[in-house]
Ligand binder design. Structure first.
Ligand SMILES: [Mn+2]
Length: 351
């Protein structure tokens, strides 16, 4: 049996959540999770570690490669295969080129598809690297595995219009036994039992919601068994917190704090306040950001006006007439907003 670990988009050197106090820690966490992956590879007796591009967020520095190479050297029985992606592309003078890697490391650093044979694993790896930030040619369309009884892996990076658009149909018929994809940060099946996006090892920005980690593969007589292992320390989560007419600044803060405790203090949140608030109540966004790792709080609440009651109360007066002027048929969203703003101004002029 051959066991492989497939990771991608580690983005070492990035500092997610720029401008927030925890940003520097996040930068360190990317390294820490990568280190834990290497430890996992030893523990799970992985034969092959596949890195499908963007190991680094930008051009790697010599000393960063030294750190990575040290970690690779701690692998007891694992071959590492990697390609450069659009972030860590092989720019002229890149520290990647000519780096003296440990002997268990195989870099597919050609701009054209090359094949590396690993006879002891009866496995072949195909792949190539980026030499610029964008490649719009559908380079994977014309790649096919040569016939052999080896287990054939394609290491690939891209899948959007500016980073090698990928044709699912063509890739399915290219003769590979497993396709290790990188670039799309959300872990996902691309072709069932054949091609997977491992997703970013740690989420890199607030759009990378949900869990992150790596793919573990077990190969027996060319049959692959795949599983996803959650590894990231944190997730980005978008949550909605409903507000009612009774709510106050502190009660909303407590609602948010409670949700954050429930879902986990380690996660990073974007919060949307929803529902109908008291018209005179103005949510205190700054106050709510103290409830945890909160990137932003968006106020989507609407003021709760009881139109029938107000109409009765202000009949024959400006406010009553104003409400009636909106009553010819259903209100569109703009009319609804106009009604709310108008009532706010008329009822609570000093607010
Ligand atoms: Mn990428």
């Amino acid at each position: 049996m051959m066991r492989f670990m497939h990771i991608a988009d580690v983005h070492l050197g990035a500092a997610p959540d720029h401008g927030y106090i925890w940003s520097k820690d996040r930068g360190r966490e990317l390294w820490e999770t990568f280190r834990e992956c290497i430890a996992d590879a030893n523990e799970k007796k992985v034969d092959l570690l596949l890195i499908a591009g963007d190991l680094f967020h930008r051009q790697p520095q010599q000393r960063e490669l030294k750190e990575v190479n040290y970690l690779f050297s701690t692998l007891e029985n694992t071959v590492v295969a990697l390609i450069a992606g659009n972030h860590d592309y092989l720019a002229p003078g890149s520290a990647y080129l000519n780096y003296p890697w440990n002997e268990n490391v195989v870099c597919l650093f050609s701009s054209e598809c090359e094949r590396v044979r690993l006879p002891e694993l009866k496995t072949e790896i195909y792949g190539f690297s980026y030499y610029q930030q964008e490649i719009t040619a559908p380079m994977y369309d014309s790649i096919a595995a040569e016939k052999s009884d080896y287990f054939k892996i394609l290491l690939a990076h891209g899948g959007d219009a500016r980073h090698i658009p990928i044709n699912r149909e063509k890739l399915s018929n290219a003769g590979f036994d497993y396709i290790a994809l990188g670039h799309i940060h959300k872990p996902q099946v691309f072709i069932r039992n054949l091609a997977m996006y491992a997703g970013a090892l740690e989420p890199i920005d607030c759009n990378d919601i949900g869990s992150h980690g790596y793919i573990l593969g077990e190969v027996q007589r060319k049959k692959v068994k795949l599983s996803f292992v959650e590894k990231a320390h944190r997730q980005y989560r978008n949550i909605e917190v409903p507000v009612t007419e009774q709510d106050t600044t502190f009660s909303v803060r407590e609602k948010i704090a409670q949700r954050v405790r429930q879902e986990g203090n380690q996660h990073t949140y974007r919060i949307a306040l929803t529902g109908a608030r008291h018209p005179k109540f103005c949510p205190d966004i700054r106050e709510y950001q103290k409830c945890g790792r909160i990137l932003e709080v968006e106020d989507r609440t609407v003021p709760a006006f009881h139109l029938e009651e107000l109409k009765r109360q202000y009949q024959g007066q400006l406010i009553g007439d104003y409400i009636e002027s909106f009553e010819s048929g259903a209100r569109n969203p703009v009319e609804q907003k106009a009604l709310e703003y108008g009532l706010e101004a008329l009822l609570y002029p000093g607010k």
